[in-house]
Design a binder for this molecule. Sequence first.
Ligand code: GLY
Ligand code: MN
Ligand code: MN
Length: 452
Amino acid sequence: MKNGPDPMRGFSPDIFAARRKRVLADLDGSALVLCSDPDASGGRHRPDRDLFYLTGVTEPGAVAVLRPGGEDGDFVLFVRVRSPEEERWSGERFGPERAQEIFGADTTYGNDLLSEHLPKLLAEAEGMYFRIGAESPLQSLVMEALQAARLRGARKGVGPYGIIDPGRLLDPQRLTKHPDELERMRWAASVTVEAFTEMLGAVRPGAGEWELEGILDGAFRRKGAGGPAYPTIVGSGANACVLHYVENNRSLCDGDLVLVDAGAETDLYVCDVTRTFPVSGSFTAPQRVIYDLVLEAHDRAIEGIHPGVTVESIHHTARDVFIDGLLDLGVLAGSKADVIDTEAYKQFFPHQTSHWLGLDVHDVGDYAHAGVSRVLERGMVLSVEPGLYFQDPLEGLGVSDEVEGSAVMDDYVGIGIRIEDVVVVTAEGHEVLTAALPVSPDELGGLVGGQG
Ligand code: GLY
Ligand code: MN
Ligand code: MN
């Protein structure tokens, strides 16, 4: 550890303590149990985001228990015990003593004592906040502890009676970012922008989609990021219409557009950017028509972001730009109201405009409550990623025969364009964290390496 990263990734312990204080205040008589996966033998461990958010702990095999007024204190931590033999294979561990000092738990145990201590910690709790579904051996231990605590509690007529997902307490907190979290997201954005710029310079006819993927993912690591936050998408030609295309096994052709969707993860915080650009550096006329429409939807949606507006209104802004544009082009027919009513626009714009970002790419937090869209607040971070996709063939997508057979569709079939940026809601409006990467067709085309 001495030469490695700060165990708390540069965050002050006070930030984690303040988060725990808020959760403890909301726990009432219940306990919260958060686990990280045990050692991934040979693979890279993915720290549990909720555990990190509340404690700073990223070690595999850790369990945190928060229980207001518990006899071992409010915050009990279980970590792997020291073991020269195991550490020889998977590296140094904190061990309970050092973990207690670093992470500020009231009590710390070795995780070999989980089955002994967990039932006691859960005893007489009214409920338990715990995520069910993780394929972790720790899960069965926690469930056994819950059953043991329940059996003991039955004698006195006390719980724990229910299991509730921790997201109920944590998601709303995670939704608005602390300035120190935004600092990590700015770093993720700057690494992503630099990597995209490098990748764009290598674009030429004959280059493999996999080469662009390799440049991006390699640049993320070279610049100190943990790596790609999700599998990098490089879709050339009609592959751009496949929303989750990750094969990346086609060579770029002159005249193609390429849709690249990638983002770095830095100190567990992520970025998520999409640019679509011509291999030659210059758009054909039909490509440019669609690009301009997507860019207008992107710009208008971003302009509308400020505290007090709903997530749904951002999506509707992009959707309405598309509907107006596609009606003008003759791609959609009928009245705007009809197109909204029938959702005919979804043939070309099938996804939402935004998702939250933070410790996860599709970060936690509801977009609506009881059917009412969430209102944006300062510190929330969201993507803006409108796209139009003219998949080939169109059959099966509900496109009318008239439109499908028309000359106008011939111009656009096979085009897929998305433009995606990361936006933080500020006190007055918004800040685009990824604004340094151009979106204007001329500037973007100018970065493309071009001829091979
Ligand atoms: N790259 C995942 C997304 O854009 O949502
Ligand atoms: Mn996204
Ligand atoms: Mn994306």
